[in-house]
Design a binder for this molecule. Sequence first.
Ligand SMILES: Cc1ncc(COP(=O)(O)O)c(C=O)c1O
Length: 347
Amino acid sequence: MPSLIDLRSDTVTKPTAAMRRAMADAEVGDDVYGEDPTVNHLQERAAEIFEKEAALFVPTGSMGNQTAVKLHTKPGQEVVIEERGHIYNFEMATMSAFSGCLARPVKSQDGSGILTWDEIKGAIHHNSAYYVAPTGLIALENSHNLAGGSVLTRERTEDICLRAHEMNLPVHLDGARIFNAAVALKDSVANLARPADSVMFCLSKGLGAPVGSILLGTKAFIDEARTVRKILGGGMRQAGVLAAAGLIALEESPKALPNDHANAKRLAEGVAELPGVKIDPENVVTNIVIFDVADTGQTADGICAQLRERGVLMSGFGAAIRAVTHYDVTSVNIETALRELRSVLAH
Ligand SMILES: Cc1ncc(COP(=O)(O)O)c(C=O)c1O
């Protein structure tokens, strides 16, 4: 049986041969004592690339995001976030369980998932009556996963952060896929991250590392984040084995992202031609393709189940299907996936 074409997520990548070699050869120490040279090197490189003062290696993107929420907020506050944001929808209500905060979800009126300052402003409680929960944080996402990998430009990020800071509100950027955003915008991750008070990015998504994310901010913020990471059980020991793969992901993998984006575009163009499917390929600018199948006469889950039998994996989300490209998917795989989808929809 030929191997599966796995388009469920860019988290499914297997470490490259270079990553596995680096993991085997990694110099390690106890990172809870700050003595793992490979972790330290990864953190220094990440801080350098993002032009932030300091960085912290965390096991998951969720831990990085929730550590930031904890540090920026007080219990009883609200976090303003786009309504499909990952921090709100897919992190187990941790902002309430751990930080004592409520999400204040905001719909992006143009459907792009990218909020304007005016949309954010309408949801902020600032100097409101004492019986209204105050806003503690604005959380942004670049690229925006559930909005189909849409991207937040440097200018929009600067505008939102400038105005938030005028109100003394911090901004956290969930940049799980910020390298994809940077490629799409032909900008640097440093420029996209600069205005935000803290940024999280994942090594384990499109960059292909087996485990790990990085949280970035000022030195004082990262010093406190180390404590929060420990509270969450994220103090790892000889984590250099993981950081070694992360370093390769950080240095080498961004070069391959344009190829993932070209594959996603091709997939979107092919999918757009299928009967009953709704997607505008123009909006597919990174590695995420989300298409609506409500008018196909089949359910998203039903289509995904049939695709699975044909060796193609995609994820159903309500009436939509999500396919994500990554370095283990080739352009030939994309044509095969399209052929199988066409055939499933013809039945
Ligand atoms: C936008 C976004 N943020 C954060 C995360 C969380 O990353 P992790 O799965 O490593 O916790 C994900 C994971 O899919 C994501 O897509």
